[in-house]
Write a protein that binds this ligand. Structure first.
Ligand code: ZN
Ligand code: ZN
Length: 122
């Protein structure tokens, strides 16, 4: 058994030395409908500095309710708070145009749980 080759987030986390124990996660399941998510890459004109990043979304849920997770390791660090999977979480900033834009928050690095924690900057 080997890790699925397109699960970039998990392969990247292993390279960082993070002991991810979710090797069976290929396209993490959607939190709403449990459907297997699909892999996409953001457009090169994406705002918020996210151009060209791989991610997973649910193929059948509504536009504003289909986000699953990024498929890379940006923002993931051993020093971040641990998510409900007992793994280091991913740090991100809330995107422009949303309430509290720019605020740092933490979520599950591989989209496997609903962990969410905001950090208040100084
Ligand atoms: Zn769904
Ligand atoms: Zn998690």
């Amino acid at each position: 058994m080997s890790a699925p080759i397109y699960n970039h987030a998990i392969l990247g986390l292993q390279k960082l030395g993070i002991p991810i124990n979710l090797y069976s996660l290929v396209g993490p399941p959607c939190h709403n409908c449990n459907h297997t998510s699909t892999h996409h890459v953001t457009a090169t004109g994406n705002p918020n500095g996210n151009a060209g990043r791989p991610y997973y979304i649910c193929p059948i849920c509504r536009y504003d309710d289909r986000w699953v997770t990024w498929a890379d390791t940006r923002g993931v660090s051993l020093y971040n708070p641990h998510c409900h999977c007992h793994q280091p979480s991913r740090a991100e900033r809330i995107g422009a145009g949303k309430p509290r834009a720019g605020m740092l928050f933490f979520s599950c690095a591989v989209g496997a749980c609903q962990f969410y924690m905001e950090q208040f900057d100084d």
